[in-house]
Design a protein around this ligand. Structure first.
Ligand code: BES
Ligand code: MN
Ligand code: ZN
Length: 497
């Protein structure tokens, strides 16, 4: 897929298809008006007839319109003009991309980024357009022997129409940044969609080494089980005991140009399959637990995007990777283990394994004396109950960090919502047999999971993103979303501005 921008006159620019927006009540966007004029009222006529009604998401494809150099004209309904907002803009982009794909349009000329979106500039609009186009065209078909062809031709190029040549440079920056985020999200989706018999901890470690070879600014190190043992990572090793796949603690260090500041650290939960262990999960939908390394996948994707964008910062990515299986050597409810921090943990439920691997990785992250640490994890089913699939759960011990993440979520459209991390919840983790239990009972499950992690990040500026509801879709649309790559990249980009 290629993206470009042009300030050439709309009616004279050649393409297989030009794309413009129209609103309800026969209101045309500015570029639609232009095409209407050069075609001597072709769009207006269809509006009066009711063929083009501007209903939100309603698309009409016009062929060989006189006075328009593009072979087709896709007229996209944007709803009522005064209701048009970020969400609608994103939906219109997705809808029109699908239309272009189905119609077999190879190269499109899109004027959608000229639509007015309250408080958003053309950099934002073009970047969103690139990200959403990539997102919409994504398919994971590497394990199908017959690839599905969506149309007669693939959509190969989208050119964005600009108002003036002066906008070219900014548009090109928006395209490049959007492509980086899209590439990061695609990597995250590919890794998460890949089934657990392919995507093992060893496989993730290989992918990390590959990133290190692709980008000279990335250095990868992998800590194996023997080294974990020497270091004292008793919690991470406890989870790995039930599986024959060896665990890995993957560390990728990115050093951007002109960095002198303390690093940011990202920690991604990399449970490549979560059966629950001895506290085994029910069979229904257990396949979805291949997505339990989505946090890790998003950390890989973010690193890729950051390296492509050459952001001037120092970033450390840590991925504890393991399976959670009920093998003969598996941990049992009631077992007590000693974490890298020295604190002891009674494992009351082997299915609360994410926090066990994260706590050792978070303790290890402190070695880098980071400016801030953000962990990303499909941590609790309770988070899906609380927030559904629209927002990731956000927890933090440092409000400025939380605020920056919330803002990055708003800007990227990959939103998070903050939940409390009050001390009052901490005693739900009390137990008679160790410093803490790994579960805190039925109430406030996402919060007590975060409270558990908070005990390992006391000296750090730390935030935790629970992406159990946002990292993948279920049902007919089952598959990884690539979230929260857009949020994390925007957060890091804003740090460099
Ligand atoms: N990976 C799961 C969380 C999860 C559940 C993610 C559903 C996505 C969808 C995690 O390891 C887990 O099993 N958590 C338990 C914790 C409980 C035992 C305290 C849960 O949420 O049920
Ligand atoms: Mn689990
Ligand atoms: Zn899990």
């Amino acid at each position: 897929m290629k993206f470009d921008a042009t300030s050439g006159s709309p009616q004279k620019t050649r393409a297989a298809c030009a794309v413009v927006g129209v609103f309800e009540a026969r209101r045309m966007s500015e570029p639609a008006q232009r095409f209407d004029t050069t075609s001597r009222g072709a769009i207006g006529k269809l509006m009066r007839r009711g063929d083009v009604d501007g209903r939100h998401g309603h698309c009409v494809m016009l062929h060989t319109v006189p006075g328009v150099a593009a072979e087709r004209l896709l007229v996209v309904g944007c709803g009522r003009e005064r209701d048009f907002n970020e969400r609608r803009y994103r939906e219109v982009l997705a809808r029109s991309t699908r239309q272009l794909q189905e119609a077999g349009v190879a190269d499109a000329l899109s004027y959608l980024p000229l639509l007015e979106v309250p408080q958003r500039d053309s950099y934002w609009k073009i970047r969103q357009a690139v990200e959403i186009t990539g997102d919409t065209l994504y398919a994971f078909d590497e394990l199908k022997t017959k690839k599905k062809k969506p149309g007669p031709r693939e959509l190969r190029k989208v050119t964005f129409g600009l108002l003036e040549p002066g906008e070219q440079a900014q548009a090109e920056r928006a395209i490049a940044d959007g492509e980086s985020v899209a590439a990061g999200a695609k990597l995250a989706r590919d890794l998460a969609n890949r089934p657990a018999n392919y995507c093992t901890p060893t496989y993730l470690a290989e992918q990390a080494r590959l990133l290190g070879r692709q980008f000279p600014a990335i250095r990868t190190t992998v800590i194996d089980a023997a080294r974990m043992k020497k270091l004292g990572m008793g919690a991470l090793l406890a989870v790995a005991r039930g599986s024959r796949e060896p665990p890995k603690l993957i560390i990728m260090e990115y050093r951007g140009p002109a960095d002198g500041r303390a690093p940011y650290a990202l920690v991604g939960k990399g449970v490549t399959f979560d059966s629950g262990g001895i506290s085994i999960k029910p069979a229904a939908a257990m396949d979805e637990m291949k997505f339990d390394m989505s946090g890790a996948a998003s950390v890989f994707g973010t690193l890729l995007a950051v390296a492509r964008m050459k952001l001037p910062l120092h970033l450390v990515a840590l991925v504890p990777a393991t399976e959670n299986l009920p093998g003969g050597n598996a941990i049992k409810p009631g077992d007590v283990v000693t974490s890298l921090s020295g604190q002891t943990i009674e494992i009351l439920n082997t299915d609360a394994e994410g926090r066990l691997i994260l706590c050792d990785a978070l303790t290890y992250a402190a070695r880098y004396e980071p400016e801030a640490v953000i962990d990303v994890a499909t941590l609790t089913g309770a988070c899906v109950v609380a927030l559904g699939k629209h927002a990731s759960g956000l927890f933090s011990n440092h409000q400025p960090l939380a605020d920056a993440l919330l803002t990055a979520g708003q800007v990227s459209g990959d939103r998070a919502w903050q939940l409390p991390l009050w001390d009052e919840y901490q005693n739900q983790l009390d137990t008679n047999f160790a410093d803490m239990a790994n579960v805190g009972g039925r109430e406030a499950g996402s919060i007590t999971a975060a409270c558990f992690l908070a005990r390992f990040t006391k000296k750090l500026n730390w935030a935790h993103l629970d992406i159990a509801g946002t990292a993948y879709r279920t049902g007919k649309e089952k598959g990884a979303t690539g979230r929260p790559v857009p949020l994390l990249v925007e957060f890091l980009r804003a740090r460099c501005a």
